[in-house]
Write a protein that binds this ligand. Structure first.
Ligand code: HEC
Ligand SMILES: [Cu+2]
Length: 367
């Protein structure tokens, strides 16, 4: 690309309006090309932004992947259409009023006071009331598919508990506990029980179903179903404090076989450390307060303030989808979580080189 100020032509060339290329203006095509580059860059950036919105772990209500989400999208388009008609009607009346601003009375009706009052009643009350009641009936009573599944009607139940600011995930009937990455078998109705350990959160996976609040002392239920394998993004949808934005989750809809082996692994205790470094790392973990907040099944670590780390290395993201689960990020998180998620309940740790490396090796081994 040719940036401003890199013109290498000599002064003579500038006045030569008929160069070897047959150009009539030495500047014209260049400037044109520059603008072209800018347009291309702008388009590429805009495109990247759009793709970012619908790439892996998509999170758009307009890309449904289940029956309930389809119904929600249909309702969304209907609401937009109805709102559009009402809006255009109001704008039309405003334009009409403006065009006739110098003429007394109403078109067709003249200066009849009764007609004026009638119009105010119709447009100000009757039409809005009809439209709002109709949309209410359709959205609140019409969509049955988004309802919580009847008790015992699903082959699988998952318990998701909201914490400031991560999701704890349990599979009743198994030992499996994990965080922020919920796996379900594809094309299977799953009953999600939503709970909270502190404030009100809201569980929302837009491509699969509606939102479900997590209210203290009142477990709720939500149906999760994915019609094709994939990864679907979710987000806490109820403001819950400083790091509400960084309370994301991923739903993996796996083929049944893969789901079963994933669940079996999640239910097992941690893989015992295989190397001296990993063994040293486990000792550092037990000695550095980590164990007072985190559980690693198969070790004395039984803390419940932070996420269960028994199979940490199987997750693709850390800290509720805030950073990728890669060595550099993991190390950065352990040393200074407050930089990544200010106010989160995990303090930073000032660990020395070899201890720190051993701890990281151990955490990376928790498959
Ligand atoms: C005072 C409690 C506390 C202590 C002590 C603590 N943590 Fe945490 N930890 C948390 C909380 C809470 C989170 C969740 C933060 C979030 O996502 O908002 C967390 C998250 C993590 C995560 C990311 C897990 C995931 O799946 O996203 C790792 C890894 C981790 N801690 C490792 C450690 C290690 C290693 C130590 C010891 C050096 C430690 N923690 C000490 C509370 C603690
Ligand atoms: Cu929340």
């Amino acid at each position: 690309m040719n940036a401003e100020g890199t013109d290498t032509r000599g002064p003579g060339e500038r006045t030569d309006t008929r160069g070897p290329g047959g150009r009539t203006d030495a500047r014209g095509p260049r400037r044109g090309r520059r603008i072209g580059y800018r347009m291309a860059t702008a388009c590429a950036l805009a495109g990247a932004g759009l793709l970012g919105g619908c790439g892996g772990g998509g999170q758009s209500t307009l890309h449904p992947h289940s029956g309930p989400a389809h119904d929600i999208r249909t309702l969304w388009w209907w609401m937009l259409a109805v709102a559009g008609v009402v809006f255009l009607g109001a704008v039309g009346l405003l334009l009409l009023a403006w065009m006739r601003r110098r003429r007394p009375g109403l078109p067709l009706l003249g200066e009849d006071e009764g007609a004026t009052v009638g119009l105010v009643v119709v447009f100000g009350f009757v039409i809005p009331a009809l439209v709002l009641v109709a949309l209410f009936v359709v959205s609140d009573l019409g969509i049955r598919t988004t309802e919580a599944p009847a008790a015992g009607s699903t082959p699988l139940t998952v318990e998701v508990t909201g914490h400031q600011w991560f999701w704890e995930i349990r599979y009743p009937g198994t030992q499996a506990v994990t965080a922020n990455e919920l796996h379900i078998p594809v094309r299977t109705r799953v009953n999600v029980i939503t709970k909270t350990a502190d404030v009100i959160h809201s569980f929302w996976v837009p491509e699969l179903n509606r939102k479900q609040d997590m209210v203290p002392g009142l477990p709720n239920r939500l149906l999760l179903y994915a019609d094709k394998p994939g990864v679907y993004g979710g987000q806490c949808a109820e403001f819950c404090g400083a790091q509400h934005t960084h309370m994301g989750l991923l739903v993996f809809a796996d083929p049944p076989q893969r789901f079963r082996s994933w669940l079996a692994n999640m239910g097992a205790a941690r893989v015992a450390p295989g190397t001296p470094t990993e063994r040293r790392g486990e000792a550092v973990f037990q000695a550095s307060q980590c164990a007072s907040c985190h559980t690693i099944r198969g070790t004395p670590a039984r803390g419940v303030i932070g996420p269960d780390l028994t199979h940490l290395a199987t997750r693709s993201t850390l800290a509720a989808r805030t950073i990728p689960n890669r060595p550099g990020y993991l190390g950065g998180w352990v040393l200074d979580p407050q930089h990544i998620k200010p106010e989160s309940k995990m303090p930073g740790f000032n660990l020395s080189g070899p201890d720190f490396q051993a701890l990281l090796a151990y955490l990376r081994s928790l498959r």
